[in-house]
Design a protein around this ligand. Structure first.
Ligand SMILES: Nc1nc2c(ncn2[C@@H]2O[C@H](COP(=O)(O)OP(=O)(O)OP(=O)(O)O)[C@@H](O)[C@H]2O)c(=O)[nH]1
Ligand SMILES: [Mg+2]
Length: 301
């Protein structure tokens, strides 16, 4: 048997379904998913096995026109994910089609992922009629020389096996890069922080989720097999702290419970999760916050 292994970067506009696809490919939730744009902030690697191929999927932040330092660092991380990959899969949303944002990515691809193999995945096909897909496939392939086009629903699973099988064959020959049973390449403390950030993003409205970050401060293994995890939620303003805490602390309590339950399911053991909210007006300009997120501070300059 010939072993194959390589990297597949999932790129696309915010909300295209990249993280949903990564989780489905890996068979576990390693990257957080919300209905809001700009959920993923750093490159997240998930490992999938398909026959004799090991496919390392790299989930990336959505590509959009950046404004803040954090945005620029996120977009830079996404492009470098594409540049380092063996194959790039561009995800677009079937119901939105070839948007301006998608066109900007196509322009960027020609420049930044030169020589990469690029496939197109038209996602969320569950949201459109079949007729739309043929026309969109033609339009997209006229705009860029994709090696292959897949029609998928990352959420429902349609077409995902075909995509995986093709990617497996497209991986270069070589030894596997991770142990066969490893599904993610992300420190557990970061996965834990991301879970809390997901629950906050789902519960908080408007701009607030973009202005906070979550860090795991301490992780203690207890004798009884449980883990005690302390996390800090950094916000920019006093008013934000109040919103995150909620009336009588009910928001933070609900977030904490939801995050703890997911962590317990992921780890298969009991977790004691303690969240603390701190006001830190300048966190968006602090290098350490970026390294905790897995981003390069200088990329945002
Ligand atoms: N109907 C439908 N919804 C989907 C599908 N795939 C993903 N979604 C939804 O689209 C939203 C965004 O999904 P994500 O996986 O977070 O998207 P993303 O591309 O990682 O987004 P960013 O991290 O913000 O760049 C979520 O509400 C998903 O449930 C799909 O195949 N069909
Ligand atoms: Mg994402």
């Amino acid at each position: 048997m010939t072993k194959r292994a390589g990297f597949v970067a999932l790129i696309g506009e915010p909300n295209a379904g990249k993280s949903t696809l990564l989780n489905r490919m890996v068979g576990a939730k390693v990257s957080i998913v919300t209905h809001k744009v700009q959920t993923t902030r750093a490159r997240i690697r998930g490992v999938a096995m398909a026959c004799d191929s090991q496919i390392v999927f790299v989930d990336t932040p959505g590509l959009f026109r950046p404004r803040r330092r954090l945005d620029r660092a996120m977009v830079a991380a996404a492009w470098s994910g594409a540049a380092d990959a063996d194959v790039v899969v561009l995800l677009i949303e079937a119901h939105r089609g070839l948007t301006e944002g998608v066109q900007a990515i196509l322009d960027g691809l020609a420049e930044r992922a030169e020589g990469r193999r690029v496939a197109l995945a038209i996602n969320k096909i569950d949201r459109v009629k079949a007729e739309v897909l043929l026309a969109l496939t033609e339009k997209m392939n006229a705009a860029f020389p994709f090696e292959k086009t897949f029609l998928i629903s990352a959420e429902k699973g349609h077409g995902v096996d075909d995509l995986k099988a093709w990617l497996a064959g497209a991986m270069p020959e070589g030894p596997w890069l991770y142990p066969e049973d490893q599904i993610a390449d992300l420190p557990m403390r970061m996965i834990a922080a991301e879970m809390t950030r997901e629950k906050l993003t789902l519960r908080l409205h408007q701009e607030l989720p973009y202005q906070l970050t979550v860090e795991t401060e301490a992780w203690e293994e207890r004798k009884d097999g449980s883990a005690k995890i302390d996390q800090i939620v950094y916000v920019m303003r006093d008013g934000h702290k109040g919103i995150v805490l909620g009336n009588k602390g009910e928001t933070i309590k609900a977030v904490s419970t939801a995050a703890r339950e997911e962590l317990e399911a992921f780890l298969g053991r009991r977790v004691h999760l303690f969240l603390q909210v701190k006001v830190r007006p300048g966190w968006l300009e602090e290098a350490e916050r970026y390294s905790e997120m897995g981003l390069d501070f200088k990329d945002g300059a």
